[in-house]
Design a protein around this ligand. Structure first.
Ligand SMILES: *[C@@H]1O[C@H](CO)[C@@H](O)[C@H](O)[C@H]1NC(C)=O
Ligand SMILES: *[C@@H]1O[C@H](CO)[C@@H](O)[C@H](O)[C@H]1NC(C)=O
Ligand SMILES: *[C@@H]1O[C@H](CO)[C@@H](O)[C@H](O)[C@H]1NC(C)=O
Ligand SMILES: *[C@@H]1O[C@H](CO)[C@@H](O)[C@H](O)[C@H]1NC(C)=O
Length: 460
């Protein structure tokens, strides 16, 4: 251990030496996670010094001690902020480790805790911080002149999707919620023995070949760290409405009216909805477009685009339970282009509701420019339909096919709770210092292996 001399640590620390600590912080809230994975004793911190702003704790946390065993499912409240949702979902997955809040991205406080806990702190997840706010990582980084600082190899940042970003050490210090697109040959659909109206045998599974912790951004490139998230509830507890009991309903994935025309993510003309409703009502009795959204557009924007087509029945904002019920009664979850990469398509598939994933075309017509959900690109029909933007034929054909084609519930192997737990465990226990040491040696020798502008030399 480094930091404070051992004799100045409270006795309890010597009792929990095999413990592991995480720090998670974000602009919304932050957590420091202490673990007594092997010990099972509550960790007590010196709480005489507190972060300047009381962190907003998820309700299932007590501030200074917690054991993450019975965390309620907080998986996806469609009304909650995405990052918050994501982090809560992470915490659910960290069963076996202790999670402690580190303040509102409060590097001063994180440093305070790190000085007490030293080597027990394995990983810290936080944004870089603001100097005027509560300090930055740089201000508390371990260096020759600050030997009790926080080593760069403990600090992880989160990006929902693995893009070109990197940590100070390298790409593996970016953790992501989605894997990089798997190669088509890695994809495998393992069908359940059930028929769409008999779910007794449980869901089918989609195996992507990207279940592991370390993923390549591209062949031959540096690795990212893929943590992902689990899909809740577990298959046994997921209500699947039998196909024959579902009305001819298409659920529009949008909780904000502006998602219907969100910049380059816009994919349909408003007229499509009126036209399709008229056409499909003749073939499918009671056909309906349903959504749950609020209209927070400015008067100017409303004047430009007009109202959301009146043919769409708006249920307004709903809590997660009601949201699940409403789209669960649908025969298709229709993507509108926004928001990208949301968890809702996974939730829908788990309930036997297929997803329509729209994409725009490149100007030269060769290939796709934008698609709503990258990870759904290679999931075959009838689970996921790829819809071409601004193409009414593609739009109405997709809906027509989906209304007539039941699917069994589908889940992704990488979102299975035990796969998540394994990855989480692997992440925390990984020898990050060892990997950082090798990268640093190469870097100092002029052999840069991480291919990014944000990497630099650091103190181990
Ligand atoms: C939209 O407007 C409602 C009511 O004015 C407000 O409560 C809500 O926070 C707004 N949502 C967003 C995302 O701005
Ligand atoms: C969700 O909303 C419904 C009404 O739409 C309500 O009956 C239910 O109690 C709410 N559930 C939670 C968990 O708040
Ligand atoms: C529109 O989509 C249909 C059905 O997928 C396709 O056959 C057709 O080529 C598309 N039209 C254009 C102009 O791209
Ligand atoms: C650079 O480092 C990598 C990883 O340690 C190693 O595989 C590679 O051979 C090195 N290249 C050179 C030119 O030393």
């Amino acid at each position: 251990m480094h930091g404070l001399p051992p004799q100045s640590r409270p006795t309890v620390w010597r009792m929990v030496v095999p413990a592991i600590i995480f720090v998670i912080a974000s602009t919304q809230f932050a957590v420091l996670l202490a673990s007594y994975y092997d010990v099972g004793l509550p960790v007590r911190l010196d709480v005489s010094w507190k972060p300047a702003t009381k962190p907003q704790l998820p309700t299932h946390f007590t501030e200074t001690q917690t054991q993450l065993t019975d965390i309620p499912t907080v998986f996806s409240d469609p009304n909650a902020d995405n990052y918050r949702w994501y982090t809560d979902a992470k915490l659910r997955q960290l069963t076996g480790f202790t999670v402690l809040h580190g303040g509102d991205n409060d590097w001063r406080y994180i440093h305070h805790l790190h000085r007490q806990l030293g080597d027990m702190v394995r990983v810290i997840v936080a944004d870089e911080g603001e100097e005027r706010h509560k300090g930055t990582f740089d201000q508390y980084q371990k260096s020759a002149s600050r030997p009790d600082g926080i080593p760069a190899w403990k600090w992880f940042r989160m990006a929902y999707y693995p893009t070109g970003e990197s940590g100070i050490v390298g790409k593996a210090w970016m953790i992501s919620a989605e894997p990089r697109l798997p190669q088509a040959e890695d994809l495998e659909l393992v069908r359940s023995a059930s028929t769409p109206d008999d779910y007794t045998y449980g869901p089918s599974w989609f195996v992507t070949g990207s279940e592991e912790l370390q993923i390549k951004s591209a062949p031959g490139k540096a690795d990212f760290t893929f943590l992902g998230y689990g899909i809740m509830p577990i298959p046994e507890d997921t209500v699947v409405v039998p196909w024959k009991d579902r009305p001819n309903r298409v659920y529009l994935l949008a909780k904000q009216a502006h998602y219907f025309h969100n910049g380059h993510q816009r994919v349909y003309d408003f007229s499509f909805f009126e036209r399709a409703a008229e056409e499909l009502s003749r073939e499918f009795p009671g056909f309906e477009f349903v959504g749950g959204f609020e209209d927070n557009r400015s008067d100017e924007v409303k004047a430009k685009w007009g109202p959301v087509p009146s043919v769409i029945k708006n249920l307004g904002l709903m809590n997660a339970t009601r949201f699940d019920e409403e789209y669960g009664k649908s025969r298709l979850l229709l993507g509108l282009g926004s928001p990208p990469l949301s968890p809702s398509p996974y939730r829908a598939l788990a309930r036997g509701v297929p997803f329509a994933n729209p994409h725009t075309m490149r100007e030269d017509g060769k290939g796709w420019a934008y698609q709503q959900h990258d990870s759904m690109m290679d999931v075959p029909e009838p689970y996921v339909y790829q819809v071409e933007a601004f193409n009414y034929t593609s739009f109405v054909h997709t809906i027509r096919k989906a209304l007539q084609t039941p699917i069994e519930p589908l889940r992704f192997e990488r979102m299975r709770q035990d796969a998540i737990d394994r990855r989480m465990h692997g992440w925390v226990m990984h020898d990050w210092r060892g990997l950082a040491s090798q990268i640093l040696d190469d870097r100092l020798a002029g052999n840069e292996t991480q291919g990014s502008n944000s990497v630099r030399v650091f103190e181990l």
